[in-house]
Design a protein around this ligand. Structure first.
Ligand code: KIV
Ligand code: ZN
Length: 515
């Protein structure tokens, strides 16, 4: 039997470290359920010690997920490891992932520790983590820029202490495939107990080589790849799960590896993550981009019609691209709606939430005759954004007027901290006027660094999905809103972002602190 390649998904931890990608507990749980459907082997659910909110999210995922191993990140210290262990108590299968930086630069400038201190800390952390589980992963952060002799010393010690996975991190995306593959090969050859652990790779995409580096690591003997849906992650992101999976599967002649993944769940996972985080997928993105299977040139179309594999190396349906399905309409009842939520893996927590979602569905179906799965997902994402907020700002009503040659006007009424307020303004266009009216009341002073509109499905009847990104005082937040009226969708997205900015939930970034 061929070797198995373990797929370790870190969308909920490293992916969430992307500026603006923070998610609520309910959103993370929805993504975790989709990752379980995708049959990823390990879900890194978060960094339990970062904040109470992160702890609760890891715990909720550990309490719910049954078919994937649930993992929490922790720095190499007893407090972080204990928090991780506590959050994972109810997991059917759990893993603690502990890490410390090993490059001279990080040790000296960031940790202010000597190599001997780092060596000792790494050893003790793995020893301590083993008290809670026999599934312990250790990562040398900035591994690809670390001294190879020192890496050998640290990794041999942590494997001796019982680390079952050792994960070489290309933290800053500096590696190139040939050298990274050589590094993995050298470490496996030089470390005497290297056969006692699974070798793993964790690559960032700063030079666009994360997938290539990961696959070079696999060719050198790594049997776990750490990755994220849509390549989400800090800065330029991480290795994209969908690309690694489809490369290994499509070129099984070359890689010869087994995968446990149900690839038909890839596109639904991509859509869900994009909808929740507000990070749109570029149309030409491999596997999950809207154009990934579209053939525009006549020659290609002709070829595909005659024989599909002339221009297609994968089948769209194998990665979950299905023709848009009309699922519900105006006459559909509450039970049909509830059933559809269940089929889509959306579990709303209370009957009250189902009722609210159903009401929104009815409102949508009044104006839009065909409701697709994507519409329902957007509708629920939109609701969850609001459900988790402390209702600092709520939209009561809005209207605009725009006529050629006239300056557009908007009138918005908000519920703001317990009272109603109305403002009328003008702007460049109706969206600009509406958002200006909101800002006049919110007085956020935040800078808008992104405004994007996407059609959720095809046709002019489609809902528009708007993403707004705001930055203020070093914090970046995204807001997503969906509505058939893109001005309303824009207002919803802007309010969602303002509410997020207002909720001060502070959390530790694992890569900033000392252990
Ligand atoms: O990029 C990195 O170094 C990490 C580690 C925590 C594995 O995310
Ligand atoms: Zn990382």
């Amino acid at each position: 039997m061929a070797d198995k390649l373990i797929i370790f998904d870190t969308t909920l931890r490293d992916g969430e470290q992307s500026p603006g990608a923070s998610m609520t507990r309910e959103e993370k749980l929805r993504i975790a359920k989709q990752l379980e459907k995708l049959r990823v082997d390990v879900i890194e659910a978060g960094f339990a010690a970062a904040s109470n909110g992160d702890f609760e999210s890891v715990k909720a995922i550990a309490d719910t997920i049954r078919d994937s191993t649930v993992c929490s990140l922790s720095r190499a210290n007893d407090r972080d490891i204990s928090r991780a262990a506590e959050a994972l108590t109810n997991a059917r299968s759990k893993r603690i992932h502990t890490f410390i930086a090993t490059s001279a630069l990080h040790m000296e400038k960031k940790l202010r520790m000597t190599p001997d201190q780092v060596y000792e800390q790494a050893r003790l952390a793995v020893r301590f983590a083993r008290k809670f589980t026999d599934n312990v992963e250790f990562s040398p952060e900035d591994g690809s820029r670390s001294d190879v002799d020192f890496l050998c010393r640290v990794l041999e010690a942590v494997i001796d202490e019982g680390a079952t996975t050792v994960n070489i991190a290309d933290t800053v995306g500096y590696a190139v495939p040939e050298l990274f593959g050589e590094l993995i090969r050298t470490l496996r050859e030089r470390i005497p107990n290297s056969d006692k652990a699974v070798w793993s790779v964790h690559c960032h995409n700063d030079l666009g080589m994360a997938v290539a580096n990961s696959l070079a690591g696999v060719m050198a003997g790594a049997r776990q790849v750490e990755c994220t849906i849509n390549g989400l992650g800090e800065r330029a992101g991480n290795t994209a799960l969908e690309e690694v999976v489809m490369a290994v599967r499509t070129r099984s002649d070359f890689f010869g590896l087994e995968l446990g993944i149900d690839s038909t769940q890839i596109v639904p996972a991509s859509r869900l993550v994009s909808g929740i985080t507000g990070f749109p997928v570029q149309p030409n993105k491999a596997v999950v981009g809207a154009n990934a299977f579209a053939h525009a040139s006549g020659i290609h179309q002709d070829g595909v019609l005659k024989q599909r594999n002339t221009y297609e190396i994968m089948r769209a349906e194998d990665v979950g691209w299905a023709a848009n399905k009309i699922v519900l309409g105006k006459l559909s009842g509450r039970n049909a709606f509830k059933q559809r939520l269940q089929d889509l893996g959306i579990a709303l927590e209370s009957e009250q939430e189902v009722n609210a979602a159903f009401q929104r569905f009815k409102d949508l179906a009044d104006g839009k005759s065909e409701i697709y799965d994507e519409d329902i997902q957007a509708l629920v994402s939109d609701q969850s954004v609001h459900a988790e907020q402390d209702d600092y700002l709520r939209l009561v009503s809005m209207g605009q007027s725009s006529e050629m040659g006239e300056q557009p006007k908007a009138r918005v009424t908000l519920w703001i901290e317990g009272r109603e307020e109305t403002v009328e303004t003008t702007g460049n266009g109706p969206v600009d006027a509406t958002l200006k009216a909101i800002e006049t009341m919110a007085k956020s002073d935040a800078e808008m660094t992104l405004y994007s509109v996407n059609a959720i499905t095809g046709g002019t009847e489609a809902q528009g999905e708007v993403t707004v990104r705001l930055a203020k005082g070093g914090r970046v937040v995204n807001g997503v809103g969906a509505d058939p009226d893109i001005i309303v969708a824009s207002a919803k997205a802007y309010l969602a972002a303002l509410n997020r900015l207002h909720s001060k939930a502070e959390r530790l970034n694992p890569q900033n602190g000392t252990p």
